[in-house]
Design a binder for this molecule. Structure first.
Ligand code: SAH
Length: 218
C-alpha cells in the first residue's frame, strides 16, 4: 500500500485519540508523524492505525497508540529535555518521544527485540541511545532525567528510578516518572514528580493493562 493511504489512516488515528482525551497538540502531531506501520510485522501493517496494542513477538506488544500518547502527555516535556524509557519494545514510544525534540534513552530487557529495534530506529533516522539490560535499575550514566516512562506493568515501584529524576532548579521543574503499578491483570498509571523539598508528589491516574515488567534476572 502506498504511503498516502497510511497517512490518511494516521490522521484518522490522531482524531480518535483526540476524541479519547489527548489534548496536547505536540503529542498529537508526534503521533501524526510516526509511521507506526513500520514498527510492526508486515502482516499486521493493515492494523497499525487502529487504536490497539499488537504483538511484536516474544510475548511482547507495541502499546496502544492512546496509551503511548497518554504517557507522553503526562510527562509534560519541553524541547531539549532528557527522557529515559524502560521497555523499548518496538521502538514506537521512543520514536514518538523523539518527535517532541527531546533526547531519548531507552532500555530493553530482551536481546532479540533490542537488536531488531536498534536497527529499525537507525534505519528510520531516529536518534535514540539504547541499552540492553534491566530497566528497573534505571540508567545512572545519563541521569538526571526530566522524564522517565515505564512501558511495562510493575508490581511495585523501583526506587532507583525516583533517584534518577532531576531535582528542580531555578525555573526548571523537577523530573516526572510515569509508571503503571498493580497486578498482572490491571495497573494504575502512577505519576511521581520530584519537588523542591526533595519529596515526591504522587498522583494515581487511570487503569491500564501492560505486559509485565520482567525481573532483572530474566
Ligand atoms: N514501549 C514499547 C512497549 C513494549 S512492551 C513500544 O512502544 O513498543 C514492554 C517492553 O518492555 C517489552 O519489550 C519488554 O521486553 C520490555 N521489558 C520488560 N521488562 C523490562 C525490564 N526489566 N527492563 C527493560 N525492558 C523491559
Amino acid at each position: 500500500m502506498e504511503d498516502w493511504k497510511y497517512r490518511k489512516r494516521r490522521a484518522a488515528l490522531v482524531e480518535q485519540i483526540q476524541s479519547k482525551g489527548i489534548t496536547d497538540e505536540r503529542v498529537l502531531a508526534a503521533v501524526g508523524s510516526v509511521p507506526r506501520h513500520l514498527f510492526v510485522d508486515d502482516a499486521l501493517a493493515s492494523r497499525a492505525y487502529l487504536d490497539e496494542a499488537l504483538p511484536i513477538g516474544l510475548q511482547q506488544t507495541i502499546s496502544q497508540p492512546f496509551t503511548v500518547a497518554y504517557q507522553t502527555e503526562k510527562l509534560e516535556l519541553e524541547r531539549g529535555d532528557t527522557v529515559l524509557e524502560i521497555g523499548t519494545g518496538s521502538g514506537y514510544q521512543a520514536a514518538v518521544l523523539c518527535e517532541l525534540g527531546v533526547k531519548v534513552y531507552s532500555i530493553e530487557r530482551l536481546k532479540p527485540l533490542y537488536d531488531r529495534t536498534k536497527d529499525l530506529l537507525r534505519k528510520l533516522g531516529y536518534r535514540i541511545t539504547m541499552k540492553y539490560g534491566d530497566g528497573t535499575e534505571g540508567w545512572s550514566t545519563f541521569a538526571p532525567y526530566d522524564g522517565i516512562v515505564v512501558t511495562a506493568g510493575a508490581t511495585d515501584l523501583p526506587l532507583q528510578l525516583l533517584d534518577q529524576l532531576r531535582p528542580p532548579e531555578g525555573d526548571r521543574r523537577g523530573g516526572r516518572l510515569l509508571i503503571p503499578i498493580g497486578t498482572r491483570d490491571s495497573q494504575v498509571m502512577t505519576r511521581f514528580e520530584r519537588m523542591p523539598d526533595g519529596s515526591f508528589d504522587r498522583i494515581d491516574l487511570e487503569d491500564f493493562r501492560f505486559v509485565p515488567l520482567l525481573p532483572g534476572d530474566g
